[in-house]
Design a protein. Sequence first.
Length: 170
Amino acid sequence: MDNPLVRFDPGLLIWTVLTFGALLAVLRWKAWGPIVGAIERREKAIRDAIDAARSQRDEAMRVLEDNKRALEEARLETARMIEQGRKDAEAARAELIDKARADAAGVVEQGRHQIERETRAAVQQLRGEAANLAVLAAGRIVKVSLDDAAQKRIVEECLDEISKLPGGSN
């Protein structure tokens, strides 16, 4: 087997090394700078993207915290508003109850006054009837006819005496 790739040939080895070195020098002279520059630019772009992502994440965290704070403040404000509404409703309820009680007391007081007026009127009417009956009875007993002035005087005296008695009213 006489394979030229596995056979050792010093001339071929020298030309291979010289070709490789020349190729390496040309690549280093022409391609190495642009390749390294592209790699450095790519590395810088990746670093910038990572830094931007970090700053965006930090900003998002700040915004999230601000939103959480605003939400908590809104909850507290809502709770305060609900509590204030409850207090206002309670105050309105108490005011309505007080007004209803005052109105009821006024109605009761008016009723008392009306009862007193009607009682006085009834007592006056009863006194008048009693006086008329007393005059008729006295006239029949005495069988004497009295004039109107004398009758009135006698009635007034009787009424005064009746009002002075313990069961009499003013």
